[in-house]
Design a protein around this ligand. Structure first.
Ligand code: ATP
Ligand code: MG
Length: 341
């Protein structure tokens, strides 16, 4: 096992992964996996907003594992973990909930925004369901996910920062009031903290239908780019505002020739550049990024028994740490009721 720090991060199994995951999280994990002991979690306890579509969640568990492998994560060097396969996550979440006030959850801006979107009757993914208790407390699951392996670093997109802060506060409080068990985890935000959606919404998100997925075919990518939002309507020669056009956000995030992008921006602001030119460039850029992933993914898809085996092995590795942490936690809490001494 590698030296360095211990890392825990993850995603919710709600669908295939997209460019936002790549730029905001996975890209940095690809480097971190060589230097640190990494646990990559598929958080199947945190998707109660998708309780009405369990088949989607169950198959998304494997979509996520395949996307990670396709992107270049090494499941033998790092540990891929399914959250519910290690039940200590839930046990620790319940204890951690003792040390987190309702006020702290209510002030969490990410949770607030997500709950508002679930309640919105026109939300395509959740169709106006009421909010499950499990959704309200999912940040506690994240706190437990981070603290169970006693992780020191948590590489995430910026929308997850409030949850990491919650983990820090809860760990501090437990350490102070009960016993010194947990390191205080540090968040690490990726190169692109929040990638916009193809519809121009502030965040590309699996549940929002505004994604370009890592596994999308070349045709699919071309179609999505062709129809993506590219700023308010304007004539082909009319100067544009770079900040209003998400195509530039994607070029900034993925184009390997930043000097050419600078030049394009300059022309766009001066005399206008047709969106077609921008979009053609973007399609090419995304194809060179995604084509190697498609090829690797196809290889792993042909070898699902191996994929299952590495996920099982990763989950078992985490369970060993989970048992150690829970022994410390139970000891600190004085839970040895039945211990013969
Ligand atoms: P869902 O809509 O189902 O919540 P999601 O697309 O928001 O899905 P998550 O599983 O919630 O994805 O997030 C996994 C990780 O990817 C988190 O660290 C999150 O911050 C990061 N991430 C997700 N979307 C983006 C984005 N658009 N830009 C940057 N990082 C992102
Ligand atoms: Mg999310």
């Amino acid at each position: 096992m590698n030296s360095g720090k211990r890392i825990l991060t993850g995603v919710r199994p709600t669908g295939p992964l997209h460019l936002g995951h790549y730029a905001g999280a996975i890209e940095s994990w690809l480097t971190l996996q060589h230097e640190h002991e990494c646990f990559f979690l598929i958080a199947d306890w945190q998707v109660s907003d998708h309780a009405g579509d369990l088949p989607r969640v169950r198959s998304a568990v494997w979509e996520v594992a395949l996307d990670w492998l396709a992107a270049g994560l090494d499941a033998e060097k790092s540990s891929f973990v399914i959250e519910s396969v290690v039940p200590e996550h839930a046990e620790l979440a319940m204890w951690m909930a003792w040390y987190c006030s309702i006020g702290m959850l209510d002030r969490n801006p990410t949770l607030k925004a997500e709950m508002a979107s679930i309640e919105r009757p026109d939300d395509a993914a959740t169709s106006g369901r009421s909010i499950p208790v499990a959704f309200y407390i999912y940040p506690m699951m994240q706190v437990a996910d981070i603290l169970l392996p006693r992780a020191e670093l948590v590489p995430v997109g910026d929308n997850q920062l409030p949850h990491v802060e919650l983990a820090r506060e809860t760990a501090r409080r437990f350490n102070r009031e009960v016993g010194p068990v947990f390191p205080e985890p540090q968040a690490l935000v990726g190169r692109v903290p929040r990638l916009v959606g193809t519809d121009g919404q502030a965040k590309m998100g699996k549940s929002r239908g505004n994604t370009i997925n890592l596994k999308d075919s070349a045709d699919e990518v071309a179609r999505k780019v062709r129809t993506m939002f590219a700023g308010p309507p304007r004539g082909a020669r009319e100067p544009g505002i770079v900040a209003d056009n998400p195509v530039f956000a994607y070029l900034d995030a993925f184009d390997a020739q930043p000097a050419e992008v600078m030049d394009l921006k300059e022309r766009y602001q001066r005399s206008g550049v047709g969106n077609q030119e921008l979009k053609d460039r973007l399609t090419g850029v995304l194809d060179s990024l995604l084509e190697p992933m498609r090829e690797r993914r196809a290889g792993f898809e042909r070898n699902m028994p191996w994929v299952r085996d590495v996920v099982e092995a990763g989950s078992k590795r985490e369970r060993v740490l989970a048992a150690q942490t829970m022994a410390l936690v139970r000891d600190a809490l004085g839970l040895g009721y039945l211990r013969r001494s």
